[in-house]
Design a protein around this ligand. Structure first.
Ligand code: NAI
Length: 417
């Protein structure tokens, strides 16, 4: 099985990590067991570009159990766990990636996956989907479709579809309820703090935490910051979400004002240049900045570097930028998504990725069965509900069912008596 990983001898350690997450991904394990009987992907090659860590390797193993030939690379040069990729390679996945790839190596590895001529792509951020359109158009005809994991990727793909540039169908896995309500909110909320606390060993209680963006990720981050005892300020550009944040109990203000009070600032907008020159000039001394959005463009690191008189690495994952007036501003994980790119970052808990990857696996099967026209599609509600039911089942939670009378009542337009 071809692979290019950092050190294959790390496999036993990676295998232990994979076995551990498997115990906490009951829905994916159930799908894996069904797939290994049905073999829905027999004769199909699946190429993925996902954060390479034990949970995604388990998704790869699920697709392989379904009969697929699987080739995997990472979607972020810093989020790869080298022991997990070594184990994945040993377990029969074509694995390309290592932690700390250069930008050039990052794209080379995506090309290595594409060299397998995949029928289906599974992407996180849409880098692989863009690359195949831009640089490997000869492969487009053979691609049945793709599944995209995250908000940023789907935003980019919708723009591409609107321009008529998208040449195959894409399942917007992020738009499933069992994805964004849990992964973006509870997953990002918990894992962002796990990584910030792991990198800094800072106390959160009593701090002022500024959260930029009150989308699904921002809501989760703000909720967890409050739970840890911080005073939370939200910044937004959308009036409805700003109102929602206010009524959820948080202070809302412009980012230029919020930075004056920020002990910790976290971006989760999916947008660019959210924190830039004017914010750095006004930022509170000692502020620790982290990004949880998909790309490292939310906090303008180049501007920070230009404005500062000195920059140094304090320790793994923490850089300090000393401003001309002596203020020290700290940036975690180079401004890349902190919950995966920091050394301590393990991504979301396995119980959360259980649902996200169940959606990925079932959406890939749906693509194969339905072969829709090029465009961006929400996963069908039946799949979403099926994943939610399997999760409840695994959690040993029973819920009520509508009686026939209740169903008729809800469907009727006549006045109730
Ligand atoms: P969303 O679309 O629900 O929320 C983004 C929010 O940011 C919106 O309310 C928008 O109005 C706001 N916003 C945009 N520009 C802004 C600005 N300049 N200042 C303040 N607010 C601004 O998106 P979601 O799902 O919360 O995702 C956010 C980002 O996080 C995306 O890049 C997504 O891909 C990424 N993501 C990261 C995860 C992780 O593990 N770290 C997990 C899931 C998503």
């Amino acid at each position: 099985m071809p692979y290019k990983v950092k050190d294959i001898s790390l496999a036993p350690q990676g295998e232990k990590k994979i076995r551990w997450v498997q115990e906490h991904m009951p829905v994916l394990e159930r799908i894996k067991s069904d797939f290994s009987e049905e073999k829905p992907f027999r004769g199909v090659t699946i190429g993925s570009c996902l954060h390479l860590e034990p949970k995604t390797i388990n998704l790869g193993l699920t697709l392989k159990a379904g009969g697929a030939e699987v080739a995997m690379t990472g979607c972020n040069p810093l989020s790869t766990q080298d022991d997990a990729t070594a184990a994945g390679a040993k377990m029969g996945l074509n694995m390309y990636g290592w932690r700390g790839e250069t930008n050039e190596e990052y794209y080379e590895n995506i090309h290595r996956v594409l060299d397998h001529e995949p029928d289906i792509l599974i992407d996180d951020g849409a880098d692989m989907i863009f690359l195949v359109h831009r640089e490997r158009p000869e492969l487009l005809d053979g691609i049945i479709g793709a599944c995209e994991e995250t908000t940023t990727g789907i935003n980019r793909l919708r723009a591409m579809a609107a321009d008529g540039a998208l040449k195959f169908p894409v399942m917007a896995v992020n738009d499933a309820y069992t994805k964004y309500l849990f992964d973006n909110r509870y997953g990002t909320g918990q894992s962002t703090f796990d990584s910030i606390m792991g990198a800094t060993n800072m106390l959160i209680a009593g701090k002022t935490v500024v959260v930029c963006g009150y989308g699904w990720c921002g809501r989760g981050i703000a909720m967890r910051a409050e739970g840890l005892g911080a005073s939370v300020i939200v910044t937004e550009v959308d009036p409805i979400r700003a109102l929602e944040a206010r009524m959820d109990g948080f202070r809302v203000m412009k980012v230029s004002d919020a930075v004056k009070e920020a002990d910790i600032l976290i971006t989760a907008t999916g947008n660019t240049d959210v924190v830039s020159e004017s914010e750095f000039l006004n930022m509170k001394d000692g502020c620790v900045m982290a990004n949880s959005g998909h790309f490292n463009v939310e906090i303008n690191r180049e501007a920070l570097e230009e404005l500062s008189r000195e920059k140094k690495k304090v320790k793994e994952d923490i850089e300090v930028f000393i401003m001309p007036d002596g203020r020290k501003l700290y940036l975690l994980a180079e401004g890349r998504l902190v919950n995966l790119a920091s050394e301590r970052g393990q991504g979301h808990p396995a119980e959360i990725m259980d649902m996200s990857f169940a959606m990925q696996a079932l959406s890939a099967r749906h693509l194969l069965q339905e072969k829709p026209e090029p465009g961006v599609y929400r996963a069908p509600d039946e799949i979403d509900l099926m994943v939610a039911r399997m999760k409840l089942d695994a959690m040993d939670i029973e819920i009520d069912e509508l009686t026939e009378e209740q169903r008729l009542y809800l469907e009727s337009w006549e006045e109730g008596t």
